[in-house]
Design a protein around this ligand. Structure first.
Ligand SMILES: Nc1ncnc2[nH]cnc12
Ligand SMILES: [Zn+2]
Length: 316
């Protein structure tokens, strides 16, 4: 029905691999690893996907990620996502993974990274999808633990090209991670950060000025600060916006209130992404469809958004 949106060549720049864990795969991995899940079946799990805010979602997301134990699990997770990319004409992707979500449960860092890297390599070779991995720190944990994660990752420096910052935003400003981001940049990595999803515009200023990010993940609350909007336009700093995520997590009560098209028309370099598609009701195409159906996004606007995503790539 919306083939024209599915067929647009596009890049995905804001996708948590752990958030692409579909309920069916979660149950299959639970069985394979002999783990008891707190839900009876896929339907019971899906019916728990009702979130009042970011933290309610994160609690379930970290519980679900517990089924990921072996290198093969991480391969299967990443491969399933890449097959979706192929279906939806996502020709390039820059996914996040959160090592601490796994190492804190006793899963070896190498199991996660090797499984993901092998699937991304197969995606390049067998599906023609280019990619670059972003190693993301959990901001609700101390900076010291982010330093340990970076040290653990340095022997595998060719497996990722940037570091990011995610998890519970409010109360955990970018300034908390200034030193570890300095270290990551000194080691040659680019930087991105979630900012202005639930947190105030001040967190976006900090991500730009203290963490020296190349893109802002989410950033929709920039709209509250005209000086910040002027800077984002002037410097053409991309925002990786996630419309279905923002409505599921009540950043906006309704898709008809979403500001992505206003930002686009003001000249902000906004892009469309799925964030955690297994939890929020769809992948990139479904996000484009929602913008068309709820906000009247035109074909010309869709083309500009897709082109922005290709222009905002950082990995080659
Ligand atoms: N939308 C989001 N915001 C912050 N951290 C996340 N981790 C996974 N999804 C996230
Ligand atoms: Zn995110």
């Amino acid at each position: 029905m919306h083939d024209w949106l599915n067929n647009l060549p596009k890049a995905e720049l804001h996708l948590h691999l752990e958030g692409s864990l579909e309920p069916e795969l979660m149950f299959r991995l639970a069985e394979r690893n002999k783990i008891a899940l707190p839900w009876n079946d896929v339907e019971a799990l899906r019916s728990a996907y009702n979130f009042g805010n970011l933290q309610e979602f994160l609690d379930l997301y970290y519980a679900g990620a517990d089924v990921l134990r072996t290198e093969q699990d991480f391969y299967d997770l990443t491969w399933a996502y890449l097959q979706k990319c192929e279906e939806q004409n996502v020709v390039h992707t820059e996914p996040f993974f959160d090592p601490q979500t796994h190492t804190d449960r006793g899963v070896p860092f190498e199991a996660a990274l090797n499984g993901i890297s092998a699937a991304l390599a197969d995606g390049r070779e067998l599906l023609g999808i280019s990619s670059g991995l972003i190693l993301s720190f959990l901001r609700h944990l101390p900076e010291e633990e982010a330093f340990r994660t970076l040290e653990q990752a340095l022997p595998y420096r060719n497996a990722f090209f940037a570091v990011g910052l995610d998890s519970s935003e409010v109360g955990h400003p970018p300034s908390k991670f200034q030193r570890v981001f300095d270290k990551a940049r000194a080691e040659g990595f680019l930087t991105v950060a979630h900012a202005g999803e639930e947190g105030p515009p001040e967190y976006i200023w900090q991500a730009l000025d203290l963490l020296k990010v190349s893109r802002i993940d989410h950033g929709v609350r920039a709209a509250e600060d005209p000086k910040l909007i002027a800077r984002l336009i002037e410097e053409q700093i991309p925002l990786t916006v996630c419309p279905l995520s923002n409505t599921k997590l009540k950043v906006f009560d309704d898709m008809r209130q979403h500001n992505i098209l206003e930002l686009l028309e003001q000249g902000v370099k906004v892009t469309v992404n799925s964030d955690d598609p297994a939890y929020f009701g769809g992948y990139v195409t479904e996000n484009f469809v929602a913008l068309h159906e709820s906000l009247g996004m035109t074909e010309e606007q869709a083309r500009r958004l897709a082109q922005n995503s290709l222009d905002a790539r950082l990995a080659y």
